[in-house]
Structure formats: C-alpha cells, structure tokens
Design a protein around this ligand. Structure first.
Ligand SMILES: Cc1cc2nc3c(=O)[nH]c(=O)nc-3n(C[C@H](O)[C@H](O)[C@H](O)COP(=O)(O)OP(=O)(O)OC[C@H]3O[C@@H](n4cnc5c(N)ncnc54)[C@H](O)[C@@H]3O)c2cc1C
Length: 442
C-alpha cells in the first residue's frame, strides 16, 4: 500500500531524458489515431516530433494552439480511453504515454518559461464569462487570443471550478491549476473573484456594464440525493461537498470537524464514477475504512481502470451489484448502520445485509443550480435544470447574446469535453459579436 499519510501528487513525472526516450518510440503515423481520439484534436504527433528533437518550446507552442490547460489535461484526462487508447502501439500493450508527455512539456515550460504569448489587441468586443471551470477558462483564453476583452466572474475565492475544489490534490496539485489560471490572466483576461452572478450582479447588470455577450459556464453544484429511509441523516454527506470542505480545510479556510470524516470511521461511498473514487481515496487518507457500493458490475463502472486499481492498492474495498436501501441512526441522530441489497453475480439472487457504518458519502451525480437561470430573464432550461442552447450561433441560449457551455449545458462530462464544447462556443460568440458590430456600423 502507498504511503497515505501524504496528500501530495501520487504519479511521478518523466525526467527530460525519459520524456525524449518515450517520444522517440512514436511511430508518427500518417493517419494519427491518437489525435482523432482527442476531443480537442490536440496535434499529438506534431508536438511529439518536436519533443523527440529536444525542441520543447516548439512542442508547447503546438500544444497551446489547441489547449489552454495542458498541464491539467496531461494529468486528469481519460488518456486510456482517448489518445493512448487509440495509439497503434497499444495493440502490443505499449501505447505512448501521451498524457505523461503532455504534462512533462507543460510543466517544463512553466519552469523554464520557454514561450511568450503574442497578445493581440482586445478591440473586437467585450465578453463576460460566468464561472472559471474548464469551460469558462477555455472560452476566456480562446476569445482573448481572438482579440476580445474578457472578464471572468467567479463565485469562489479561487478559480478552476472542479479542478480547484473537486479533484483532490494528490491527482491535481492546486499550484498547477493556479499556474494555468495565471497564464490566462497574463493574456489580458480580468478576473473578479468572490463575485456570484445571480445573487449580486445580474445578467442585466452585465449588459448594462457594456458587455456584448455573456457566457455561462457554472457547472453542476446541486448534488443528486437518494430517496430512502434515513437519506437526510446528517451523516449522509455529498461527495463534492466533502471534497470541497477537505480542500478548504487544507487551505486553512474550514475547520477539521467540517470535513465530516475522520480516523476510524466506517465509510460507504455510493457510486462508481470519478467522484466516488476521489471521495473514497480522500477518506482513506483521512484514516477511514472505506468501501464503495456500486449498483452494477466492475466492468460497467464509469471510473477509469487505472483509478480503480490505484484505489484498490490504497485499501478501498468494492461491493458490486449493491444498492443502499436504508440508513439507520440512534436517538441522537448518529449513524449506526446501513441496509444494503446485493445481487449474486452467479445466480442473480438478491440478499439484504446490514453493515455497521458511521458515514455514507453520496457520489451519484449532480445537476445545475437553478439560481442563476431563475434570476436571468429569458434564459431557458430543461426539466433537469440544464441550460438549453442552439447550434447557430453555437452555444447561444434562448436569450440573445447569452451563451452557455460545459456541464451546465451538456450534463456531467469530462474536463476535455467541457473544453471542446467551450471552444465551439467561443467561435459562436465571436461570430455573434462580429455580426452585431457590423450591423451597428451600417
Ligand atoms: C470529484 C470530481 C472529479 C472529477 N474528475 C475528473 C477527471 O479526473 N477527469 C475529467 O476529465 N473530468 C473529471 N471530472 C469532471 C469535470 O471536472 C467536469 O466535467 C468539468 O469540471 C466541468 O467544467 P465546467 O467548467 O462546466 O464546470 P465546473 O468545473 O463545475 O466550474 C463551474 C464554475 O462556475 C462557478 N460558478 C457557479 N455558479 C456561479 C455563479 N452564479 N456566479 C459565478 N460563478 C459561478 C463555480 O464556482 C465554478 O468555479 C470530475 C468531476 C468531479 C465532481
């Protein structure tokens, strides 16, 4: 088992020699499947070719043409399902470690400052971006490159959204997130922190302030719940709240008792995605005994195989085909045990089990908070609260000049899918502003 007293990053980086050696294995395929499998079509063989020759400045310049967040994608993308999963060398079980190479090049650039962005004049129009997760940062970075003046409005004290408050430090150090945010700021993007749009400033206020278009990239902050006996117990906690509190505690912004999980607790995490695994591994690091209960089989679990294996190696237990049926508490409201129903994998028989428990962490998905939409005239959402957008101009909502993208429009996804959507929305916003400016000038 790894040393879990440490919360530092668990996966080590390449050295320069290792990175070049790894790059030299690339076959430079004529029809590169790795690039096709990347949602933002990162030109992987081109920058790997530069890396082979030791031209790290050229390599990062090529990467940054497509991505504003390379040191983040290099760490948290589902490489085994995307670029590395498509690499022809993978057929012999030896795919190029594209993620680790991207991380290496981006980290090397951050230290050695190999490149300087050419910042265009920001005269094409003004855009307000609400939210600074991967979608907001991508829209801001791309529009800034295209010559728009961009200001981000972020509710929290730090930028990054789930990158900052959800994904734990041991997978994504917060200094890496801060570095990418700083890079976007250095391109001339202004950031207003602790500024929640909808409760203070409204979308109408932003238009009155002279913005030509507004992008909503507010993600999913409303956790889904389970309608079961005891489901509202104080010891049933939401994974994203648990992870956020833990991060705030590490930064000295929350008390230890607000984390809600401590040494010796018997913790059951409900779910089978990234969030469930992150919550379980964090609880293990806090000294809890942790099992994940998942309602389907191991093969059907959405979490990556590599993350599952790391969780197992750190001591997380798994029960498949298992549903939480009830949470039982004593007269003081303290959790005592849970009732679960498991299905036998062999014969399909159902059996009920009572397990002693101190905490349940729910990681069964989230949906958008409806506050901003309710406070914004003319922005429509569907029954689930997801903002409805159109194809042309891409990403525009039912209100003229207001655009949306990332998870708040497309349901829970991944960092790179939120980025892909945001890149298309940035093009939609540019077309929209150019058109209104043209009409105004007639
Ligand atoms: C625990 C966890 C682990 C994950 N792990 C991975 C992973 O390893 N790899 C991967 O690819 N994907 C992962 N994902 C999914 C990925 O993080 C999301 O798909 C992605 O962050 C969505 O980006 P977004 O910009 O749409 O929203 P978010 O990242 O949620 O950002 C939204 C931002 O908007 C701000 N905001 C909200 N309302 C307002 C308002 N009214 N005014 C101003 N600001 C506001 C929020 O504070 C936040 O900063 C994970 C998700 C979770 C929850």
């Amino acid at each position: 088992m790894t040393n879990l007293t440490k919360f530092e990053e668990v996966n080590e980086s390449f050295t320069l020699a290792e990175a070049i050696q790894e790059a030299q294995r690339c076959l430079e395929c004529k029809a590169p499947m790795c690039q096709r499998a990347c949602p933002i079509e990162n030109e992987i063989p081109s920058w790997i070719r530069e890396l082979k020759k030791g031209n790290l400045g050229n390599a990062i310049s090529i990467i940054r043409q497509k991505s504003n967040l390379p040191s983040i994608c290099g760490r948290v993308c589902a490489h085994e399902r995307q670029c590395e999963g498509a690499c022809v060398l993978g057929r012999q079980g030896n795919a190029i470690r594209v993620g680790k190479l991207e991380r290496f090049v981006a980290d090397f650039d951050a230290e050695a400052r190999l490149t300087h962005d050419n910042i265009p004049e920001h005269t094409r129009g003004r855009v307000a971006v609400i939210g600074s997760g991967p979608s907001g940062l991508t829209v801001a970075g791309d529009l800034s490159h295209m010559g728009f003046a961009v200001e981000i409005f972020e509710a929290e004290p730090h930028c990054g959204g789930v990158l900052r408050y959800g994904i734990p430090e041991y997978r994504l150090p917060k200094e890496v997130v801060a570095r990418e945010v700083h890079h976007i700021q250095a391109m001339g993007v202004a950031i207003h922190r602790e500024c929640s749009v909808g409760s203070g400033k409204s979308i109408d206020d932003l238009f009155s302030d002279g913005f030509d278009a507004i992008f909503i990239g507010t993600g999913l902050s409303h956790p889904n719940t389970l309608d079961i006996e005891g489901g509202n117990s104080k010891d049933v906690v939401w994974a994203l709240h648990f992870l956020t509190k833990y991060q705030l505690f590490r930064e000295g912004l929350a008390d230890e008792n607000e984390i809600n999980v401590s040494k010796g607790h018997r913790v059951y995490v409900i779910g089978g995605g990234n969030t469930a695994i992150d919550a379980a591994r964090t609880a293990v690091r806090l000294g809890a005994r942790v099992e994940i209960l998942y309602r389907k089989t191991a093969e059907q679990m959405p979490a990556l195989k590599s993350e599952y294996e790391e969780a197992v190696s750190e001591g997380v237990g798994f029960r498949w085909m298992t549903n939480l049926k009830a949470v039982h508490c004593d007269s003081n409201g303290e959790m005592t045990d849970i009732l679960v129903e498991s299905q036998d994998l062999e014969n399909g028989a159902l059996k009920e089990l009572t397990l002693s428990a101190d905490r349940v962490i729910l990681a069964i998905g989230s949906s958008p908070s409806t506050r901003l939409v309710r406070a914004s005239n003319g922005v429509e959402s569907d029954k689930g609260g997801y903002i409805i957008t159109r194809e042309s101009p891409y990403g525009m909502t039912s209100r003229k000049g207001v655009f949306a993208g990332g998870d708040v429009a497309n349901r829970q996804s991944t960092v790179v899918h939120a980025m892909r959507d945001a890149k298309q929305v940035a093009v939609g916003i540019a077309k929209y502003i150019d058109a209104i400016k043209l009409v105004e000038s007639l």
